[in-house]
Write a new protein. Structure first.
Lengths: 355, 297
């Protein structure tokens, strides 16, 4: 992750696939754990924690999308819709059945996985552009269905309030509690993705991405693994949707529209396709971008523009920067922030010597 | 109103709107045909063209013809610039790269439009009356007729261009095989740029027609969402396909809206074309007139 290796000295496949590439990595992970579980929640103001919480949710969703797009090479423009499926499933379970949150979470994830697999079904016959358009259709159709079927959306506003999750009779209400709640899932998602990707399934995904016909020739059942990729990815999306619903306290389809799908695609492109670290970087980057812009404009925008035009500038500037960043990363650094990070690392590997 | 009159009204409306969809879809098809690039920002092209024309019309008080000419010029320059700055660098990269680049471009344009010209809806008035023509039971707004005529003229023009003109034939050669075209002495990159500029022209006209129908603001870009059903139904690389797909989508969405909307509470217009498109993708992904190059995997 952040260590300076002095060369590739691996002699076995086990060493190459190990979760901890170096013995010191365990200490790094321990230090990170201490930082995120103790230092950060104790030292940071409630508001900033709420931002961190948004990042956590985005990380889970971005990891899911990266499994599909980055590792399996199947494009999806419907991630936001899968999140909404999870969110509304969980909200309906919570309100209609009074189910506890673990049940809702699992139900939301599984329902999203099922819907995702159905939307991914055309991937058997079509790929690339056609798949992008098919998933776009999936996004719009799911959005419309949730909005218009009152059984799902619970009325005219299409929003359902959900009770706060409880753990052993302990209600999760404040941002600090929410932070710990979400952090557990972030860790699970990270470890889950890393383990998935060094297993048989993950390598099958990567083989399909790199060359689908070659993958089929070496005995990978392409259809099954593509559907599995869609299902796993949508499961992550569904869980992220449920968590977002718990974070907001309400399930609302407006939180999961097409622009959310595009945000998530931007995260993995800016962060780095096919990389766990990249998903994390990208999720944090894209989540923080509008917040930073708003702060910057509120602080300095008044120097150049009138107050009314600042209000007009903030959302538009966000769109412009966001789109421009996608384009710049695609053209200049297709492997994203993750590559930049690796470049920095390899620069410091032999620092202060030239080579 | 009688039942058959209602149906006829929906049908005629669908045909006219469909022809206007065909105009925008044409921009998409041109680029795909020549460069194999997929333009997810087609709606935003139309929007930005509408903004430019309205800016000349309202802010500088230019006459309509001058505004349209300026809009055309601006969009041609934009097409050339875009190809040079972004898309040329993405040649040979995976599909997702181009898709995402145009999605990013869409975001940029959706930000630039209201940032530069304000977020309020602007009225792009054409010098034609609002009084609908009455043809027996049919009421036809003149603007839709103008749109349909412009579409048909453009479709015929591009049809001629691709079949007969030297440049059009060169462009078809580029679309067919870039390497062979290069070997034949065709400057492939120049034709890529030309294709984007042509999309700019179509989008500029689309911006005028759709802008005067809907008003110019950021929501004008939503027209772009209709492009995908149109081109998938008609075939991604086919100009007649754009017309037929446009007509199908226009008719289906109007008929669906007329008969289904009362039961489900609206929104069928945006929903029905996509259901149709999913069916088309399952049965005939290359469209009615498209080249059968889709590979089975």
């Amino acid at each position: 992750m952040i260590h300076r290796e002095c060369g590739v000295l691996k002699t076995t496949y086990e060493a190459d696939m190990a979760l901890y590439p170096l013995p010191i990595a365990k200490w790094t992970v321990a230090a990170l754990a201490v930082f995120f579980f103790v230092v950060l929640p104790l030292s940071v103001h409630e508001y900033y924690l709420s931002v961190v919480n948004l990042c956590s949710i985005a990380i889970i969703g971005a990891l899911g999308l990266n499994i599909l797009v980055g590792y399996t090479g199947q494009i999806s423009v419907g991630h936001g819709a899968f999140m909404s499926v999870g969110a509304y499933t969980a909200a309906n379970f919570a309100v209609r059945l009074g189910a506890p949150w673990p049940v809702n979470l699992l139900a939301g994830g599984l329902m999203a996985a099922a819907v995702g697999a159905v939307v991914g079904m055309p991937s058997l016959r079509i790929k690339g552009l056609y798949l992008a358009i098919a998933t776009l259709a999936g996004q719009l159709i799911i959005e419309w269905t949730i909005n218009h079927v009152t059984f799902i959306s619970g009325g005219v506003q299409a929003s359902i309030e959900v009770p706060r999750p409880e753990i052993f009779g302990y209600r999760i209400a404040s941002q600090v509690q929410m932070y710990f709640f979400l952090l557990v899932f972030v860790v699970l998602a990270l470890v889950g993705t890393m383990n998935l990707m060094r297993s048989r399934i993950g390598r099958a995904f990567i083989a399909i991405r790199d060359h689908d016909i070659a993958a089929e020739l070496i005995g990978i059942n392409i259809f099954r693994y593509k559907l599995l990729a869609f299902a796993v990815s949508s499961f992550y999306a569904g869980v992220a949707g449920v968590l977002y619903t718990y974070y907001l306290g309400v399930a609302n389809y407006e939180q999961f529209q097409i622009n959310v799908s595009i945000d998530y695609l931007a995260m993995i492109i800016i962060g780095g396709l096919g990389s766990v670290q990249g998903s994390v970087f990208g999720a944090i980057f894209v989540t923080l971008l509008p917040i930073v812009i708003r702060y910057a404009m509120e602080a300095f925008g008044g120097l150049f523009f009138s107050e009314a035009s600042v209000l007009n500038i903030i959302p538009n500037l966000r769109l412009i920067l966001f789109g421009a960043l996608i384009i710049v990363f695609l053209v200049v650094e297709p492997e994203g922030l993750n590559r930049l990070w690796r470049n920095i690392r390899s620069y410091f590997r032999v620092w202060p010597f030239a080579y | 109103m009688l039942d058959w009159q209602f149906s006829l009204l929906l049908l005629s409306n669908g045909v006219l709107i469909g022809l206007m969809y065909a105009l925008i879809a044409l921009g998409f098809v041109l680029v795909y045909k020549a460069t194999d690039a997929i333009n997810f920002a087609q709606g935003e092209f139309v929007m930005i063209a509408g903004f430019v024309v309205v800016a000349f019309l309202l802010s500088y008080k230019a006459p309509l013809w001058l505004s349209v000419v300026c809009g055309l010029a601006a969009m041609i320059a934009f097409g050339f610039g875009l190809e040079r700055a972004v898309l040329r660098k993405l040649i040979g990269r995976p599909v997702i790269a181009v898709v995402m680049a145009t999605i990013g471009l869409a975001a940029v344009l959706r930000g630039i439009g209201p940032l530069t010209w304000g977020a309020d809806t602007k009225n792009l008035a054409l010098p034609i009356s609002d009084e609908p023509f009455v043809l027996g039971p049919l009421f036809i707004p003149p603007i839709q007729i103008v749109g349909a005529v412009v579409s048909l003229a453009f479709l015929a023009g591009f049809g001629w261009f691709f079949l007969k003109s030297r440049k059009g034939i060169a462009m078809r050669a580029v679309a067919d095989s870039q390497q062979v075209a290069m070997a034949m002495g065709i400057n492939v990159e120049r034709y890529f740029a030309l294709a984007w500029a042509m999309t700019g022209v179509v989008s500029a006209l689309g911006g005028v027609v759709w802008g005067s129908l809907l008003g110019v603001d950021v929501h004008l870009a939503l027209v772009g969402f209709k492009v995908f059903p149109v081109v998938i139904l008609g075939g991604l690389d086919s100009i007649p396909g754009a017309i037929v797909g446009g007509l199908i989508v226009g008719i289906v969405e109007n008929v669906a809206a007329g008969y289904v909307d009362p039961y489900v509470g609206g929104g069928t217009k945006d929903f029905a074309p996509y259901v149709l498109m999913i069916l088309a993708l399952m049965i005939r992904p290359y469209g009615i007139f498209g080249k059968r190059i889709i590979e089975r995997i």
